[in-house]
Design a protein around this ligand. Sequence first.
Ligand SMILES: [Zn+2]
Length: 190
Amino acid sequence: MARNSRNRIVLLLNSTYEVLGRIEMNRAILLLWAGKAYPFEVLSEDWLHGPPDADGKRFSMQIPVSIILKNYAHVDYADIAPMDDVMAGRMAILHRDGFVCSYCLAPASTIDHVYPQSKGGGNLWTNLVAACTDCNSLKADMTLEEFERKHGKKLLRQPFVPDSNKYAREQATIWDKISSGSVDIPEQLE
Ligand SMILES: [Zn+2]
């Protein structure tokens, strides 16, 4: 396994094959392991091995390049607020973060100001993350330092400014691959 495999970024696809965003390998593995997603494309020569279990067996899987959600994640594009390259709307943030909480990896439906709005944190791509309702209400107007000290929770990924052209290119690439039959499309997704 390549040394940096665990740091790779994996493309997350909706069950309808639309690109939802890019997520870290660790989160992709969690989604696969939890049965919430299937590998879509893998690097056939590159394997990831878990630690041996009680019987000495190791969990092994091919490194995913992209994974596809088993269940459709609803994306209401009409909700995306008009924005320039720094202002972000709620749905755009959820979309960027793949509808996964940035503090605990549970499904997310709300957004959180990393640096609290009450303390001057802005509505910026780099200050907003997807959060589940539990983490969001726990964190309230705490800073990251306070949140970690009081609840042991950390920001598991850094928010970033998405490159929308990159999404469009990724989407075009996915459709190309599907239409040319060059990827294995997972069996019936529910
Ligand atoms: Zn959470």
